[in-house]
Ligand binder design. Structure first.
Ligand SMILES: [Zn+2]
Length: 348
């Protein structure tokens, strides 16, 4: 019984390959972070080395399955990037190991998560193993998509494209397996965007949701502040670069929610617990203004990925958000003159 939530077709595909003896030497599991790629790879490792009868593999209970779950099986290795990159020495070490016959299992399984972080030298080095795979070796690479990988690596792997789970699947898994209370499970499912691993982590580590709350609070505060405090915020947050990308993601989700409310799809918003504020702010800004804020965040994200100056990028971003009292706001009947210097302001 494969202990995988979601991805039924991928499980079915691997089961069939095992049953029919058509196992690939290397699999490349693709999809967004924390949707279960590593879990699926570990379940495959269990299925390959489980001690139970063929029909029951992976049983999850035998010594081999338990060792794999506890990362103590001598034939199953997970090679993580070190200091954000997977290096050639790590691959060489792995190659020495997989050249040997399995120690106690049927297969040696090498799991290489986040292979997009492999250096070019490491990728080229692994290529040799993929070109001439030793018998009884199965490799499982994971990456968000194929674009950062060498085409020669991709072409030698069996690709499995995994997709985020439905929000309902995440919600019910949280309730049934992790005992999360319903309302919280619904919120976590929305925030996860179908990434069960993220939802479980956010449930187990309250600091993740606390950080999100503080990002939302900052955004609301900044939208009501003039330029100077915005510059001060840009300076402050640029001193903790590790939180910037999460902050921008939270802001993006918030502006996306404003857009949904504008379009009459308020039921689909991500930030369920902030519905009231989102409705208020959606009424305050025109559709064009919301689009521009979304675009500005995406531009900032791209610039930061190409190592742009952090503080400058954040300053530009924060200045592109509407300022309170700016003529970009919708004028509601009775809420203001709608006229300034004799001109009627129209939503931009
Ligand atoms: Zn087993």
């Amino acid at each position: 019984m494969w202990n995988v939530i979601g991805h039924p077709w991928a499980v079915e595909f691997l089961q069939r390959s095992l049953r029919e003896g058509r196992l690939a030497h290397a699999y490349l599991l693709l999809g967004p972070a924390q949707i279960g790629k590593r879990t699926l790879a570990l379940e495959l490792a269990k299925a390959l080395n489980c001690l139970a009868g063929e029909e029951e593999r992976p049983c999850g209970e035998c010594l081999a399955c338990r060792k794999i779950a506890h990362s103590t099986h001598p034939d199953v290795r997970v090679v993580e990037p070190e200091n954000r990159s997977l290096k050639i020495d790590q691959i060489r070490q792995l190659q020495r190991e997989v050249a040997l016959t399995p120690h106690e299992g049927r297969y040696r399984v090498a799991i290489l998560p986040s292979f997009e972080r492999a250096t070019t030298e490491a990728s080229n080095c692994l290529l040799k193993t993929l070109e001439e795979p030793p018998p009884q070796v199965v490799m499982c690479l994971t990456a968000p998509d194929t674009s950062p990988l060498l085409p020669t690596i991709v072409s030698r792997c069996q690709l499995l494209h995994l997709r985020p789970l439905s929000l309902e699947a995440v919600e019910s898994a949280l309730v049934e397996r992790w005992g999360v209370e319903q309302e919280r499970a619904a919120l976590l499912a929305r925030l996860s965007g179908g990434r069960l691993g993220w939802a479980v982590e956010a449930y187990q580590q309250p600091s993740i949701l606390e950080h999100r709350t503080s990002c939302l609070d900052s955004l609301v505060k900044l939208l009501n502040e003039p330029r100077v405090p915005r510059f001060a915020y840009a300076e402050k947050i640029s001193q903790t670069p590790e939180v910037v990308s999460d902050t921008l993601e939270v802001w993006l989700s918030c502006w996306r929610d404003l857009l949904l409310v504008h379009e009459g799809n308020g039921k689909e918003i991500t930030n369920l617990d902030r519905e009231e504020e989102i409705t208020t702010y959606a009424a305050r800004y025109s559709l064009g203004r919301i689009y521009r804020a979304l675009q500005a965040i995406r531009t900032a994200q791209q610039q930061l990925e190409s190592n742009a100056n952090l503080r400058l990028t954040l300053e530009v971003l924060l200045l592109s958000f509407p300022l309170a009292g700016e003529p970009c706001c919708l004028s509601w009947p009775g809420s203001g003159p709608g006229l300034r210097n004799g001109r009627k302001w129209v939503p931009l």
